[in-house]
Design a protein around this ligand. Structure first.
Ligand SMILES: CC(=O)N[C@H]1[C@@H](OP(=O)(O)OP(=O)(O)OC[C@H]2O[C@@H](n3ccc(=O)[nH]c3=O)[C@H](O)[C@@H]2O)O[C@H](CO)[C@@H](O)[C@@H]1O[C@H](C)C(=O)N[C@@H](C)C(=O)N[C@H](CCC(=O)O)C(=O)O
Ligand SMILES: Nc1ncnc2c1ncn2[C@@H]1O[C@H](COP(=O)(O)OP(=O)(O)OP(=O)(O)O)[C@@H](O)[C@H]1O
Length: 492
């Protein structure tokens, strides 16, 4: 890419400078720490700092072009002005990598909950039906079968475009976060299929109101290729609202829900195993969810709908779903030697806590002990609802530490105490150390009694705890080992 192309992307005409318009650009970034010789550095006004203050550092590291929102001048550097740094970054990244999204089938999945689960299912369905598939999401990114650790659910624009360019896969399925949409990380990407799972109270530290949050998510459905189609869960009231809007704007979509008018009409949801009988445009099909929970039945049906739009047969999809592997940290179950059952799940909103605890009851849990906490410096408006959901559905709950982020330990303990006093019940207690909380819940449980540990799912702990483990999964495995050892000692 040359400077003249960059100027045309940004709709800029040559001004007073004698810029070398044929000068080659070797890379693009908004992070001065990643600048290399010949790069374009785009200054972005962030939430914490202003990228404009790193322009000098970027030049020192070899940036030959600076895009900034302010008028600036540096000798021997092409200085261009753009109205919105983040949008300019997206546009430049897409052009720099040759607009790679245009050559692929691109599927975007958005919503508060279910993005990761639905994306994994779509990937599996593609692969079982003859397509290779890249995937970008919360757990990791997978490109050409290789796993790449990701920092964000929706990658930054330069990272996203680079990975799209590298992908030799037929299909790309990506989780689309409201942050990603608001921050123009998807500039230059148009979608063949877009999925809306649901909208619940979350991220209200970032969006002012639910309406704003909905507006951010809705943007995705106006980024489809001609001929593209949306898949919407209309049993969710925000989903219905979106479908109404798309109908009004004549944007093609399929609906999934109980309404008789749904394209994928849910006739009945079963719990043993979790499955649904559906009417798919007149054809009756039984679809079994590969993961327990009515919420996962919805994820399954939306993945199924995408599969149908990709041209796969209903029979082949129903069959492929059976072999879909579980997903790390999403209703992962463990049977312990004392008869207790442990579930590790990524639930971190009130609605998902409800779904997980309901699923455990539907599966015969006699007693439920729920272990959970709250992320430091994240949406505080959902915390009371989460305690409410847990106290209604569990027999007892233990409030414990989740990631502190930049919050202090003392502040979080005080927060837990205040929340417990104000919204908790007498069956709730606080055990700050997460590993001790899990141990206590397991030790107090017996046959057919369930321990549900939510919030961290697949993630590693940010801080250390009493036991030398780095995740909920390792703690449960540690307990399994402990039981085994005790049994061996007894027999000896
Ligand atoms: C709240 C949020 O979305 N933050 C994103 C935002 O950060 P920010 O505005 O605070 O950036 P900043 O630190 O103020 O820096 C401003 C600019 O200066 C630049 N800079 C900074 C320091 C330096 O030395 N040199 C330099 O050039 C930065 O690269 C940046 O361009 O812009 C940064 C660069 O584009 C992102 O990396 C960062 O994502 C952080 C890692 C993050 O945690 N984001 C989360 C909230 C997020 O996006 N989550 C969603 C999923 C949500 C969900 O559905 O669960 C996601 O898609 O991952
Ligand atoms: N369709 C759904 N409806 C409600 N809750 C769900 C649904 N699917 C999953 N969940 C709950 O949300 C948790 C996270 O699921 P998943 O990772 O698929 O969602 P996500 O949208 O990717 O979340 P995040 O944006 O936080 O990464 C699950 O562990 C489960 O508790």
């Amino acid at each position: 890419m040359k400077v003249k192309q960059l100027m045309s992307i940004l709709n800029l005409k040559q001004k007073e400078e004698n810029y070398d318009l044929n000068q080659k650009i070797t890379g693009v970034t908004d992070d001065s720490r990643k600048v290399e010789e010949g790069f374009v550095f785009v200054a972005v006004r962030g939430y914490r700092v202003d990228g404009h203050q790193y322009i000098k550092e970027a030049i020192d590291r070899g940036a030959k072009v600076i895009v900034s929102e302010d008028y600036i001048h540096y000798p021997d550097v092409v200085c261009l002005q753009a109205e919105d740094g983040r949008r300019a970054l997206g546009k430049i990244a897409s052009a720099f990598y040759g607009h790679p999204a245009e050559d692929k089938i691109i599927i975007g999945v958005t919503g508060t909950n279910g993005k990761t689960t639905t994306s994994h299912m779509i990937k599996h369905l593609c692969e079982e039906n003859g397509y290779s598939c890249s995937m970008f999401g919360t757990i990791d990114y997978v490109v050409n079968g290789e796993v790449i650790p990701g920092i964000q659910t929706t990658p930054s624009a330069p990272m996203l475009q680079k990975l799209l360019r590298e992908s030799r896969d037929d299909v790309v399925v990506m989780e689309v976060s409201s942050h990603g949409l608001e921050q123009h990380r998807l500039e230059g990407v148009t979608f063949d299929y877009c999925v809306f799972t649901n909208l619940y109270k979350d991220h209200l530290d970032y969006h002012d109101t639910m309406e704003d949050y909905f507006a951010a998510k809705s943007k995705l459905f106006f980024m489809m290729k001609p001929g593209g189609k949306a898949v919407i869960n209309t049993d969710d009231s925000w989903g219905q609202k979106l479908a109404d809007r798309l109908s009004h704007e004549q944007i093609p979509h399929w609906t999934v829900g109980h309404s008789l008018e749904s394209d994928v009409e849910i006739r009945e949801i079963f719990t043993e195993p979790f499955a649904a009988s559906i009417d798919d445009h007149g054809e009756k099909v039984n679809v079994v969810s590969p993961i327990e929970g009515a919420h996962n039945v919805y994820n399954t049906l939306q993945a199924y709908a995408v599969g149908r739009l990709l041209g796969f047969s209903s029979g082949s999809l129903a069959e492929s779903l059976v072999s879909c592997p579980g997903i790390r940290g999403r209703f992962e179950t463990y049977e312990l030697e004392n008869g207790a059952k442990v579930v590790i799940d990524y639930a971190h909103t009130a609605d998902s806590v409800e779904h997980i605890l309901d699923t455990a009851r539907q599966q015969g849990a006699r007693k439920i002990t729920h272990v959970f906490g709250f992320r430091g410096n994240r949406d505080e408006t959902k915390r009371a609802d989460m305690i409410g959901a847990s106290s209604l559905r569990s027999n007892s709950y233990i409030l414990t530490l989740d990631d502190l982020n930049t919050s202090s330990y003392e502040h979080m303990i005080e927060t837990l105490e205040n929340l417990q006093r104000e919204f908790g019940n007498s069956d709730g207690q606080i055990i700050p150390d997460r590993t001790l909380a899990i141990e206590k819940a397991i030790m107090d449980s017996d046959k057919d009694e369930w321990v549900i540990v939510t919030g961290k799912g697949h993630e590693s702990y940010q801080q250390s705890f009493y036991y030398p483990v780095d995740s909920d999964k390792h703690m449960v495995e540690y307990m399994k080992e402990k039981f085994k050892q005790e049994k061996t000692d007894l027999m000896a």
